[in-house]
Design a binder for this molecule. Structure first.
Ligand code: ATP
Length: 365
């Protein structure tokens, strides 16, 4: 199929070719701007969106001279936990603000629960719970007063709001602070109340802008457990974060954004598999006879590095069955009278993978 597209940078119109649902890299013939473009599917909109809570297609946003989002496309299935990561200024908050119609996009399509935004925003308003980057509570209010105001703004009546405040604060083990003033709470507590505010009307989609920022380890653990509970109850969660270990713990799909462009989307294993073609096995021996060189001959073993005396990192081809090869390696050590203290499969951190995708160069103009 052929499609006329407008470059989000210089607004020149040009024609691209592709097949339905295909994502292509496009370079504007006029200004050289590089971006992705996703072709529409050839099935009905209803069936495209039936399992999708969020669909963004070729969304661009410009702040005067700055192209903050450049043809951003992604989809979030119902019940998914979507981790949105990228350096400062990548465009994460801008994306979120467009999703909830706090700001308008310049081009592209946004669907929440199959409904086009901004046109159908009133229909999806009640589905979304939103935690902004800086929760703006008035500090002289009590928690109860602040939550009451937000509940009423979400369209709940006074009695229902009061019951929901009770229910949610108890569920979050925060019942004891209901009548405390916001000014008396720590930053972490205010963040938790911000999340309570987003949950008051039982949203089906939670959009959280850096929910874990500034929290101590206990606070992060607390919010992560809540996100896991909500997700297991079927709530779709979109969250942005700079704390990549938390993103790895929580997200079923990870999206890396850089300079307004999507660099990579996938689950951790998909991101990992492009990052390295090897698995690394760490073996620590408590007795080393030195007679293990035949391990080099096992099919799939690429190399053995002796990190320290008695500690080995064995590089294994990812295409070979892990269980089988680990069994062979251990058998070879044991056959040669070595004693094993521990065996670990090492996985790279999301930080390493993230750096790899950011420096790969695909996202740079
Ligand atoms: P951070 O991780 O620091 O929160 P981010 O990924 O959320 O960053 P955005 O806040 O979306 O990034 O900003 C994307 C770019 O758009 C940045 O260069 C920012 O300076 C710019 N920007 C954001 N809001 C505006 C605005 N209202 N007017 C002009 N430029 C803006």
């Amino acid at each position: 199929m052929k499609k006329k597209i407008k470059c989000p940078n210089c607004m020149t119109i040009h024609i691209v070719k592709g097949v339905p649902n295909q994502q292509i890299n496009v370079k504007c013939p006029s200004c050289g701007n590089i971006g992705n473009f996703t072709f529409e599917g050839n099935i009905s909109k209803q069936s495209i969106h039936s399992n999708k809570m969020v669909v963004l297609r070729n969304v661009s946003k410009r702040y005067k001279q700055l192209l903050a989002l450049n043809n951003v496309s992604f989809e979030i299935n119902r019940g998914e936990v979507f981790g949105y990561i990228g350096p400062n200024g990548a465009g994460k908050t801008t994306t979120i603000k467009i999703m909830i119609d706090l700001i308008s996009k310049n081009s592209g399509e946004v669907y929440i629960n199959g409904i086009s935004i901004p046109e159908g925003k009133n229909k999806v308003h009640g589905l979304i719970g939103y935690l902004p980057q800086d929760v703006g509570f008035q500090k002289w209010r009590t928690v109860d007063h602040a939550l009451m105001t937000f509940g009423r703004l979400s369209g709940l009546d006074k009695n229902t709001t009061s019951k929901k405040i009770n229910e949610i604060l108890n569920w979050m083990n925060l019942g004891h602070i209901r009548h405390k003033k916001i000014i008396k709470l720590s930053g972490g507590m205010v963040q938790k109340i911000g999340l309570a505010q987003a949950l008051l009307h039982n949203p089906k989609l939670l959009i959280l802008d850096e929910p874990l920022a500034g929290l101590d380890p206990e606070g992060r653990f607390f919010i992560k457990e809540l996100i896991k509970k909500l997700s297991s109850n079927g709530t779709t969660v979109f969250f942005s974060s700079h704390i990549l270990s938390d993103v790895k713990d929580l997200a079923t799909k990870i999206c890396i954004l850089d300079l307004g462009r999507i660099v990579k989307i996938g689950n951790f294993d998909e991101l990992h598999s492009e990052f390295t073609s090897e698995n690394h096995l760490e073996v620590v021996l408590s007795k080393n006879t030195g007679k293990w060189s035949k391990i080099n001959n096992i099919k799939g073993v690429k190399k053995i590095i002796e990190k320290k005396p008695n500690e080995f990192i064995i590089h294994i081809d990812r295409s070979i069955d892990n269980d089988e090869i680990i069994h062979k390696i251990i058998s070879e050590f044991l056959k040669n009278n070595c004693h094993i203290r521990s065996v670990n499969i090492l996985t790279p951190s999301l930080d390493e993978i993230y750096q790899y995708y950011l420096t790969k160069g695909e996202s740079k103009p």
